[in-house]
Design a protein around this ligand. Structure first.
Ligand code: IPD
Ligand code: CA
Ligand code: CA
Length: 269
């Protein structure tokens, strides 16, 4: 049993509490506010975050919190929870049942525990540093695909893709030509969990935030995958470009991103 198991168990409880609430409100009438042109937030995002933070702080009152919908006092704790209460908010707001809760824990700046919960499928993805990655208790490992042309990839687009040229469009075209297929499902944390589970062979995206990726990055690494920035260099969760894969197709993905960046529409990164 891993050293981080007590933290993981509380994160699992918090994610299940939030997930049950999200399911109960799915496709109901929701109060929605706009954070930007396309970027919205629902009352369920806010209440989910409140439930998660309340649960974690009741167990760990001295820990720090970073979460998408609120600002929390930073106490300088060595433990910091990084929370996306609803990843896939656009889906959720439309009653499209593809979303999750993502909760990661850093200890002295290192990811040590992660939980991603899809309440609609009742799929709980968990990982602890050095302890492996699991789906509902069964050990996960990344896929064995060894070429881009037989790989299924995930990606997404930033909310400001209509106004900022760093929009991922040229990368998308390049991968759509070079890979077997691409899915833009709308929840980056689940995309990463799916790489860990071997359901996707790779994932890339830009302009993600730490709460989108914290749990998923640990899941991919613990399932035997590789996570870097677009140029193949070391990644941390505050980088705004991420490539995650089964490892076998990683170089091909990095090369594809480099050639898309130098092509005619190369400003898309
Ligand atoms: C978004 C989702 C989406 C990704 C966006 C994220 P949110 O998170 O993960 O897949 O493409 O860039 O911001 O807003 O639903 O929490
Ligand atoms: Ca998110
Ligand atoms: Ca969110």
């Amino acid at each position: 049993m891993s050293n981080y198991n007590n933290y993981l168990q509380e994160a699992v409880s918090a994610a299940r509490i939030a997930g049950q609430y999200q399911k109960s409100r799915l496709a109901s009438s929701l109060s929605i506010e706009m954070k930007g042109d396309k970027n919205l937030v629902t009352e369920v995002d806010k209440e989910s975050e409140r439930l998660i933070v309340e649960h974690l702080l009741s167990s760990f009152p001295d820990h720090d919190i970073i979460a998408e919908e609120g600002d929390y006092l930073q106490r300088g704790s060595s433990c910091r929870w990084i929370i996306d209460p609803v990843d896939g908010t656009t889906n959720y707001a439309h009653g499209y049942p593809w979303f999750c809760t993502s909760i990661g824990l850093e200890l002295e700046g290192e990811l040590v525990a992660g939980v991603i919960y899809n309440p609609v499928y009742d799929e709980l993805f968990t990982a602890t540093k050095g302890g492996g990655a699991y789906l509902n208790g069964s050990k996960l490992s990344v896929s064995a695909s060894n070429h881009l042309n037989n790989s299924l990839l995930g990606t997404g687009f930033p909310y400001d893709c209509a106004t900022d040229p760093a929009n991922n469009f040229a990368n998308f075209i390049a991968f759509q030509k070079g890979a077997r297929g691409i899915r833009r499902a709308g929840a980056a944390a689940l995309d990463l969990a799916y790489v860990a589970a071997g359901r996707l062979d790779g994932f890339w995206e830009l302009k993600l935030k730490a709460w989108d990726v914290a749990a998923g990055v640990l899941l991919v690494r613990e399932a035997g995958g590789v996570v870097t920035t677009f140029d193949g260099s070391a990644y941390d969760i505050f980088n705004d470009k991420i490539v995650a894969s089964n490892g076998q197709i990683h170089n091909e993905m990095v090369e594809m991103l480099a050639s898309a960046a130098s092509g005619p529409a190369g400003s898309n990164q």
